[in-house]
Design a protein around this ligand. Sequence first.
Ligand code: NDP
Ligand code: GDR
Length: 340
Amino acid sequence: MKKAFITGITGQDGSYLAELLLEKGYEVHGMVRRSSSFNTQRIDHIYQDPHTPGCRLFLHYGDLNDSSSLNLLLKKLRPDEIYNLGAQSHVRVSFDVPEYTGEVTGLGATRLLEAVRELNLADTRIYQASSSEMFGASPPPQNEATPFYPRSPYGCAKVYAYWIGVNYREAYGLHVSNGILFNHESPRRGETFVTRKVTRAASRIKVGLQQKLYLGNLDAKRDWGYAKDYVEAMWLMLQQPRGDDYVVATGEAHSVRELCEAAFGHVGLDYRQHVEIDPRYYRPTEVDHLLGDASKATRQLGWKPRTSFAELIRLMMESDVALAERELRAGAGPAVSRHG
Ligand code: NDP
Ligand code: GDR
């Protein structure tokens, strides 16, 4: 039985990846951070008591900022595959906590790679969650040959993590792959990322739980795909004979404004009557236009996106309308304006 180790298993991608690997018969080990509130909601449905016979999902406390926990876990588990998905992943928040973002999102990758090297895990394959944010201000379309021009502390940390992965591949012959994933979303997306923020608000406005939605830049364009499709690309990268770097994207971009039109339109609302601009959601430096060219992933991995933008918004809206209706029945109060 193959053994996988996932950092960031409690996040959006970690939950879909854990499901995929369990379906494929893997034993899955996830690293979770200690938190004062519950942070395992996204994986509660697949979690089993470790005493259950045949249990294949195990959680371990650890942190990307703590080398000793990484070393001990990898020494004990000796996984076949490592997926490094853990990160401070919010771009705007990275301007508030730039040093911390560099520690977790950047240096965290080095801590993990060093543990693999020190423990001589020569056969372990490593996936690094790289990002289209590394391209930043480089004009679209972006592919593996596009120069990096990050526009945030998060983007800079991801560029560092990308290159340390390439370096360990070249210096020590490790099987490291960078998946340069463009934005991907789902009903499990964190509520401060723009797609989920919009689908949550449109649904709550529809059922009367909220009146307004405050957003930042409506003109930014993103290449939005479905997270469930994208975790398959991660797995495919680690099944190749050698580590390599791949762009994963849909090849179609939409503006935040179009996102609002689609989400509010789904429930028969006009976003212009509900959306207001709050400059606190602007970023000091913005990434204006991301549009990925995933032809290498299609050619070499046989990967293709299966879910269109319209379909993605539909499935997020269906899920959030059902959630808003449950909230209404439970007597939920007005929306809390979150930072993000
Ligand atoms: P999320 O923000 O949903 O999840 C991030 C995960 O990292 C969570 O499990 C979080 O734990 C964990 N984490 C945060 N800090 C630490 C730490 N110090 N040590 C260990 N774990 C930590 O992100 P996504 O699932 O959306 O993204 C997964 C990865 O892919 C991230 O690295 C992200 O930067 C990258 N990426 C994402 C894209 C996207 O569009 N979603 C596109 C390209 C790259 P907790 O639950 O406790 O907060
Ligand atoms: P991004 O995603 O920064 O691309 O990073 P996000 O959804 O946060 O922003 C996308 C675009 O929407 C604009 N925007 C707003 N964004 C947020 N969060 N809140 C708002 O109110 C708002 N109004 C407008 C933003 O300015 C931006 O242009 C995501 C993360 O998942 C990263 O971890 C990942 O690496 C990249 O996608 C690819």
